[in-house]
Design a protein around this ligand. Structure first.
Ligand code: AMP
Ligand code: MG
Length: 487
């Protein structure tokens, strides 16, 4: 098994990382291989099933060309700054360039202790590993930028949390693992040279257009902000709640990264929080845009010394960039929700229509996914499902009238409109209770529910017979109230 490695991060100055090999595990066993992702990366899925390759995916063998390292980073966790975090349980093996010339990190997560582990054991257990696998694949199928899982391997070793749990290693594929916290790490050390090197690296790898700008680092900041604005709008469009939007969990490449206690809305409420560690609701569903802007302000601060030599000028530029976030987000959000409502054109009156629908949904306790899906039927005159989702509220009926009047101002065939809406409103999302059930079965040794769920999540826009059980909201006793990091 050969990976065509070309490791640009390992060529950065040595203070950017600690060279560290993964720590071997007792009895590696391949639980799940992402064959389609393997093919996209130009890797042979057949070869990845062989014991030599599974040894690599478990961290028991370091393949030719890999330069294993743990990345250094800092981060604001729930608003408080931690000057050194770093990969405490992950190893970047290296980077591969796929057939289209796109570069991806290959990282092992749960691969043992590193110099950044502090008191952690460097390991992961099966539950969070499979959760990351499932949700990453779901996000990908939904068209949302995300890191992905190439494989999940059981280690044959227990990890000790409150009780012993089966250990696992995730192979993660990402456009890069540079985080807002990576910039903060060097900024906190007043290492301006490193901030510049990192910014140049990120520009070359992710934002090449910024290089020719007369202010390349301002352009970099603008583009990171733009991508995050788009990303968060996409999250809100599918009811996704990241759960731990710390700055070390925000990728500058604009991918969703570090799935911990994440969740999807069942019944809509903007204040919804699932994460057991988010006691103040800092990372609630509706707070995510504000938090993204807060995180991007931390990035802007880190970039200040390289944006302009004159501190006042730098501050002015950085402030202008960060201040543009709400408008950029609003634009992306409106566009997304316009599509969800079946509105092809922006006519300036959509905000109220969107807000009023969401308010009616909150009042009715409507299921986020199914209410929007039911609206697709209503676009073709079939109102029953929508009426049922909105619990027959008068406000919903009034809203439908206003919506219809607004639809009438666009000449579009109802069937065509409904079809377009069905590509903006998924039928299937990884519902929290379904994910929990799959993880429970997997821990008990049954991987079939995992296979079934992944299969259904790969076609989120279709209402297939097989996906029917996955489209029902949880029954009262099935509702997941809290999700856990489980690290
Ligand atoms: P996360 O919760 O994944 O965002 O991780 C936050 C920080 O804690 C990162 O620096 C991780 O590397 C570190 N960390 C989390 N779990 C472990 C663990 N089991 N062993 C060592 N470090 C960990
Ligand atoms: Mg993290």
């Amino acid at each position: 098994m050969t990976f065509p490695f070309d490791n640009s991060y390992a060529r950065l100055p040595s203070r950017f990382f600690a060279r560290q090999a993964p720590v071997a595990v007792a009895r590696p066993r391949l639980l799940k291989l992402n064959e389609s992702l393997a093919r996209d990366l130009g890797l042979d899925p057949g070869a990845l099933h062989r014991p030599e390759a599974v040894a690599v995916l478990a961290g028991n063998a370091v393949p030719e060309g890999a330069e294993p390292l743990a990345m250094a980073y800092a981060g604001h966790q729930f608003g408080g700054f931690v000057p050194q975090l770093g990969d405490g349980r992950a190893i970047l093996l290296g980077e591969v360039v796929d057939g289209r010339g796109e570069r991806f990190d290959i990282q092992l997560k749960g691969s043992g202790r590193t110099p950044f582990s502090r008191n952690g054991d460097g390991r992961a257990w099966l539950g969070p590993v499979l959760r990351e696998y499932i949700v990453g694949e779901a996000m990908h199928a939904l068209g949302i930028p995300t890191t992905r899982a190439l494989a999940a391997v059981a280690t044959g070793e227990p990890v000790y949390r409150e009780s012993p749990l089966p250990g696992a290693v995730l192979t993660r594929v990402a456009r890069s693992h540079v985080r807002v916290g990576t910039f903060e790490y060097f900024s906190a050390r007043r290492d301006t040279e490193a901030v510049r090197r990192l910014a140049d690296y990120v520009i070359a790898r992710h934002y090449p257009q910024a290089a020719s700008h007369h202010r390349p680092y301002r352009a970099l900041l603008d583009q990171v902000i733009d991508r995050q604005a788009g990303l968060i709008a996409q999250w809100l469009g599918v009811g996704f709640i990241h759960g731990v939007m710390n700055t070390d969990n925000m990728s500058v490449a604009g991918e969703t990264i570090d799935y911990g206690p994440c969740a999807f809305l069942d019944d809509y409420h903007p204040g919804r929080v699932y994460s057991s560690i988010d006691r103040g609701g800092r990372y609630a569903y509706g707070n995510q845009p504000r938090i993204a802007q807060w995180n991007l302000s931390r990035l802007a601060e880190a970039l200040l010394p390289i944006i302009d030599e004159d501190p006042d000028k730098a501050l002015e530029e950085a402030q202008a960039a960060v201040d543009a976030f709400p408008e950029r987000f609003e634009l992306a959000y409106r566009q997304r929700f316009r599509a969800k409502l079946g509105l092809a054109e922006a006519q300036g009156d959509e905000a109220e229509l969107i807000d009023d629908l969401l308010q009616a949904m909150a009042d009715a306790g409507a299921d986020f996914t199914n209410a929007f899906r039911a609206l697709c039927d209503a676009a073709q005159g079939m109102d029953e499902r929508f009426g049922a989702e909105l619990a027959g509220r008068l406000a919903a009926e009034e809203w439908l009238d206003r919506w219809r009047a607004r639809l009438a101002r666009e000449a579009l065939d109802p069937a065509e409109r409904a079809a377009a809406m069905r590509r903006a409103n998924p039928a299937v999302i990884p519902r929290n209770h379904r994910v929990e059930a799959v993880l429970k079965a997997a821990v008990a040794g049954d991987l079939e529910p995992l296979e079934d769920l992944l299969e259904v999540l790969a076609s989120p826009w279709e209402e297939r017979e097989a996906s029917l059980p996955y489209r029902s909201p949880p029954r009262p006793h099935e509702v997941v109230q809290k999700t856990f990091c489980g690290t």
